[in-house]
Design a protein around this ligand. Structure first.
Ligand SMILES: C[S@@+](CC[C@H](N)C(=O)[O-])C[C@H]1O[C@@H](n2cnc3c(N)ncnc32)[C@H](O)[C@@H]1O
Length: 317
């Protein structure tokens, strides 16, 4: 994966106990670092800083002349990552920005970066905090905002969206074929104020339906929660904006590494890389997506659905 260029530094993983922030284990860490092929002294953008797990490994390979730029939409994640990155020894210049990766072109001049990483979705810290409202397994407010300063909440979507629009959101972003039945049940149960109440309404709506084997493997509310979260945070629009901006931000030879967690995201990434290769702006480095091995899945169940795709920026022919 990593090429044998002598400019690449090959620091061992987790040599300072890094790679694991309390509550969030970075996914496909070694693979992401290898594909980024980090050059000492280079400039790298971590578009989804999170708890800084991937960033820490990038920073350790950059040396004091390097520059790490970390973005996150969640001010809380930025604060935690800032503390974590400050606790290390010899570090590159570090710039942390509270913004969406969709605003990449406004943030950086063209050909800024030697590499760009995006590890999509929410961190386990966000997911596991009932107050953020992402999980149907804990009682919490219907929030689901990645950026707590943004306006649209899950509570508004669940309680105020027209039934037909709600069904479309659940169908499109949750790939849930029982979306109409779920939307009808939600509208009838309004007002719904908590994650547990929403999960219960969905479960009750689907209980009477005969389900196939595959569907029984996941909680009945999984797809609807995913759909509402994607809609609340405009996740797919942001992802498309990031992918549209990435070729401009990368230097020739720069690497793009994308980690996605569901098929909607992966399809968008796959198509963007394929189109980039067709237009002569990318060389795709992953014929098939890279997935976590059994050992990583056992250690970190979140990695089970991860898919990594990578490409190198090349000059148009
Ligand atoms: C899976 S976590 C990243 C974890 C990180 N790689 C680590 O190892 O700690 C995804 C992060 O991306 C952030 N995020 C999601 N959408 C974003 C967007 N559009 N712009 C910037 N950050 C975003 C989330 O707030 C979350 O902290």
């Amino acid at each position: 994966m990593a090429d044998e260029d002598s400019g690449l530094e090959k620091a061992p993983y987790g040599a300072h106990g890094s790679g694991q922030a309390a509550g969030h284990v970075p996914v496909l860490l070694k693979e992401a670092i290898d594909f980024l092929a980090i050059r000492r002294g280079g400039t790298y953008i971590d578009a989804t800083l999170g708890l800084g797990g991937h960033s820490l490994e990038i920073a350790r390979r950059l040396g004091p002349q390097g520059h790490l730029i970390g973005l996150d939409k969640d001010p809380q994640a930025l604060e935690l990552a800032r503390k974590r990155l400050a606790g290390e020894g010899e570090m590159p210049k570090i710039t942390l920005l509270h913004c969406s990766f969709a605003s990449l072109p406004q943030q950086f001049p063209s050909a800024t970066a030697d590499g760009l990483l995006a590890d999509l979705g929410v961190s386990s810290l966000q997911f596991g905090d009932p107050a953020r409202g992402f999980s149907f397994q804990a009682e919490g407010p219907l929030d689901m905002r990645i950026d707590s300063t943004s306006e649209r909440t899950a509570e508004q979507v669940v309680n105020h969206m027209r039934e037909e629009d709600l069904a479309n959101v659940i169908y499109e972003f949750g790939e849930e074929r029982r979306s109409r039945r779920i939307a009808r049940a939600i509208v009838r149960a309004r007002p719904i104020r908590t994650t547990a109440h929403l999960a219960q309404v969905i479960s009750a709506a689907l209980r009477s339906m005969k389900r196939d084997g595959a569907r029984e493997k996941i909680h009945p509310a999984t797809r609807t929660f995913q759909a509402i979260r994607i809609f609340v945070n405009r996740e797919l629009d942001d992802l498309k904006a990031l992918l549209a901006a990435a070729p401009g931000v990368l230097k020739p030879g720069g690497r793009l590494v994308m980690i996605s967690f569901h098929s909607l995201e992966d399809r968008i990434v796959k198509d963007a890389l394929r189109d980039g290769a067709r237009d002569g702006i990318y060389k795709v480095l992953t014929k098939k997506p890279v997935e976590a091995g059994q050992e990583e899945i056992d250690r970190n169940p979140r990695s089970r659905s991860a898919k990594l795709r990578a490409a190198e920026r090349i000059l148009p022919r």
